[in-house]
Design a protein around this ligand. Sequence first.
Ligand code: PAP
Length: 332
Amino acid sequence: MTTSQNSPPKYLQEDQSEECKKFLSTLPKEKGWMESTIYNYQGFWSSSRAIQGVIACQQQFQAQDSDIILVTSPKSGTVWLKSLLFALVNRNNHPIFEKDHPLLLKNPHDLVLFLELDLYADGQVPDFSSFTSPRLLATHVPFASLPKSVKNSRTKLVYLCRNPRDTFISMWNFANNLRLDNHKDINSIEEMFDHFCKGVSLYGPFWNQVLDYWKESIENPDKVFFLMYEEIKKQPKIQLKRLAEFLECPFSIEEENCGVVDEILRMCSFENLRNLEVNTHGKMSAGVANKNFFRRGKVGDWKNYFTVEMNDKLNHIIEQKFQGSGLKFSYI
Ligand code: PAP
C-alpha cells in the first residue's frame, strides 16, 4: 500500500485518539527529528505512532522459540542486516541465485517487518498465519522495553549498532530528507547534534540502547548476537558466517564452494541494493521512498560534517558512557 500524494508517509503521521493524547500528555516531550514532537516512553524517545505500536506489541506479541528478531539502533544499517538475514535464513526456499529472488523485487524493509512500526502500528492486529518458520522480525526497541515473551522464550536477537558519529549523520540526513519530501523546513545540524548528545535521538539515548544489548550479549551469548556495521564492512564473510552459526544455520562446505556466501554478500551490498529499480523508484509500504535508505553507505562520512568542537564533545560523552564496558567503536 502506498500513501496518496497529499498525505504524509505513515512514519510522519501523528494521528492520535483522545485516550492516546491524554496518555502522551503525561510523557516528557521534545522537538522531533522528522515529526513535530517526540516523547519519552519507558526511558527512550520516539514518535507517538511508534510508542502506540510499542505498547500494542508489549501487550499482544507472543514470541515463538524459533523467532529471530533483528534489533537495531536507527540508521545503523537496518536495511542491510534485514537483507542479509532474509537471504541467509530463507536460502532453502529462495536460493540466492534465483532470478526472481524477493530481494530483487522488494525493499528489505518490506520483507522483514518492524513489530512496532509495521505489524502493530496504527491499531493493527497482525496476521502471522502466512509467515514461514523461523519468523524473521525487526524492532528498534531497547532491551528493557521488549515484549516479555521475547525475553522469556528462546527467541534469538541479532543486535546491530554503528559508530555514533556516522549514526548521527545518517539520522540527521534521513530526517531532513523526509521533512523536505513533506514540504517542511530542515533541522540544523547544530540543533540536532545537541539533541543527540542529550540522548534525544530516535529510540535514544543511543548509548543506553547500545550498552544494554552489549551487556546482554555478554551475559547471554546464545540469545543476543552483537554486530557492528563497521566490522561487517571490514570482514563481511567472517561476520556473515558467524551470524549463520549463531542462528544455527551454518553454511555447508558445498555451499561455500558454490559461492553462496559470496553471492549473498554481493546481493546485499550497498551498490547492488541501491541500484535496483525497486530501491531507486519504489516506495516502502509505510510510504517512504526506498531511495532514502541508501544514501552513502560508508564508514567515516561524519568527517565531511563534524567540526572540531562537535568531535570533542562527542568524544567526551562516549568516553564517559562507554568507559569500562569493553565496547570500542571504529570510525574509519
Ligand atoms: P533505518 O533505521 O531507518 O531502517 P538503516 O537502514 O538502519 O535505517 O540505515 C540506513 C543507513 O545504512 C544509511 O547510511 P548512510 O546514511 O550513512 O548512507 C544507508 O546508506 C546504509 N546502508 C543501506 N544499505 C546498506 C548496505 N547494503 N551496506 C552498507 N550500508 C548500507
